[in-house]
Design a protein around this ligand. Structure first.
Ligand code: ZN
Length: 500
């Protein structure tokens, strides 16, 4: 075998599969941003066809044989080629284990189930969604069984989003976090609450909100020549370098919602826009995991976007945008208003302290559901009980409870923990960045975001999938993933805010 020539063939084929992935991404974007309701039937067929095509391509016997041959002589390949072959082989191995018919059925069911969820949430009718969710979990169990898993089906589901994560590992991390976070949250609950009715009692026209938000993401480094920003029911990011698409949604009486969603999604986009050009379409030009992706969005949204120095820089411009609403409001009041901690029903609107309790309860529920310990009809009650337990509030209806998130409707069981994993990583990265850059707060206050983005580019983005998530974090920070840096960050920030 001429390994150089074979490698080039494998890379060309990999890039074709990445092209199909890009098309699928843009169809998903269109479905959520532009598509008329009756498009759903056709769109679900289009997506099922492309998913099937991608799967058949990835399992072409001739190419699978070439990947396996290269994998056997990996020690003769250079470093870059070795990483690409390692990751391509992992994809091929997984794809060859799942029958094409099952891939297509999952794709078709995903579109229908997502549409059922939208309707169920609008009508506050969990029973409308329940049979779709039940079938979804069944299909995903079949997929996990086909893939094989370390110990439990849930391991196989987690591995789809956070490669090499297991239920046991994630449970250890989240249990440790929960043990520290619950008492910390209770200390804040016992402190004097901060009243934000002055902020939410005013109207902020959405066109002005959008204009300001676009300025912010442009300044932190979002490349509008290689991306765009739109509106959807649930903010998201799709696309790869050259065309990365982010969305947000607006609330006229609370500008925090769209603003932080925009910064969050821009954080995801900056990761994609930071991929090395020479490796695009191959694993070395792709993100490591959802946890690492989320570490980037959380870093920009919370560690940067909710910091006082960030608002030292941007607040005068925000006041100019909303002179009647904010002209006479002090910076410190605004800073407090974007960092209030309070129990809430909706995960995506939660503050950075309680957010992780929303994730913990979802993690506990989906693990029990996948393990068959609870039935689909038990989910609303279990949900409400956990919200009461962790957040001490009553859930008024299922739309604000078990039906609030899109993920389960799309078969994303094992996805939620990656949000909190991302929060933990982001705090670890922050500590190291401060060591390396020195006056982090000074940079933010001056609006000098380039050194911060450059640090993320060279330490995280440039590597693509070269290292697995745990390995990447340990290489950068010198420490294994843990809850401690995140808890230290919270204590440092919220101690003064709540006089703890
Ligand atoms: Zn995100």
């Amino acid at each position: 075998m001429d390994s150089k020539k074979t490698y080039e063939e494998v890379i060309a084929w990999t890039k074709q599969i990445a092209v199909i992935g890009d098309v699928i991404g843009h169809l998903h974007w269109d479905q959520r941003v532009n598509m008329p309701p009756k498009g759903i039937t056709g769109r679900s067929e289009q997506l099922a066809f492309l998913e099937g095509l991608s799967h058949r391509k990835l399992t072409e016997p001739e190419m699978v044989a070439k990947v396996n041959e290269l994998s056997e002589v990996a020690d003769r390949l250079d470093d870059d080629a070795r990483v690409n072959i390692r990751e391509i082989k992992r994809d091929v191995d997984q794809a060859t284990k799942v029958p094409t018919a099952l891939v297509e059925e999952i794709s078709r069911h995903t579109s229908l189930s997502n549409a059922a969820w939208v309707e169920a949430r609008q009508k506050n009718d969990f029973n409308h969604f329940a049979p779709f969710l039940e079938k979804m979990i069944d299909l995903n169990k079949q997929k996990a069984a086909a893939l094989g898993f370390a110990d439990k089906p849930y391991d196989g589901m987690l591995d789809q989003f956070e490669p090499f994560a297991t239920e046991a590992k994630v449970k250890a991390l989240l249990d440790d976090l929960r043990e520290r976070l619950v008492p910390f949250f209770h200390k804040i609950l016992a402190a004097q609450p901060y009243d934000v009715s002055w902020l939410t009692g005013r109207v902020y026209p959405t066109d002005k909100q959008r204009e300001f938000g676009l300025d912010v993401i442009r300044e932190i480094g979002f490349d509008f020549e290689g991306g765009r920003q739109d509106i959807s029911a649930h903010p998201f990011t799709v696309g790869t370098k050259g065309d990365v698409r982010v969305t947000t949604r607006f609330n006229e009486s609370d500008l925090r919602q769209s603003l932080f969603a925009m910064i969050h999604e821009a954080g995801h986009a900056l990761y994609e826009q930071g991929m090395p050009d020479e490796h695009l379409g191959t694993p070395l030009g792709q993100s490591v995991s959802l946890g690492v992706h989320e570490s980037q969005s959380r870093f920009w949204e919370n560690i940067v976007g909710r910091s006082r120095p960030f608002w030292q820089h941007f607040y005068p411009q925000l006041q100019k945008t909303f002179p009647e609403q904010l002209g006479s409001v002090e910076l410190d009041d605004f800073y407090r208003a974007v960092n209030t901690v309070a129990p809430s029903l909706i995960r995506v609107e939660a503050d950075e302290v309680t957010y992780n309790l929303h994730v913990v309860l979802r993690f506990e529920i989906e693990r029990a559901f996948v393990a068959g310990e609870v039935k689909v009809t038990d989910l609303p009650e279990l949900w409400n009980a956990k919200v009461k337990h962790y957040l001490d509030i009553d859930v008024p209806d299922n739309a604000a409870g078990v039906l609030q998130d899109v993920h389960w409707s799309e078969g994303f069981m094992g996805y939620f923990p990656t949000y909190t994993i991302g929060n933990l990583y982001s705090a670890q990265l922050r500590d190291k960045m401060i060591d390396d850059l020195g006056d982090f707060d000074g940079l933010l206050a001056k609006g000098e975001f380039a050194p911060i983005l450059d640090w993320l580019r060279s330490n995280v983005h440039a590597h693509g999938k070269r290292y697995h998530a745990d390995e990447l974090i340990e290489r950068i920070t010198g420490a294994k993933p843990s809850a401690e840096p995140f808890m230290n960050y919270l204590a440092e920030k919220y101690g003064p805010l709540y006089k703890l």
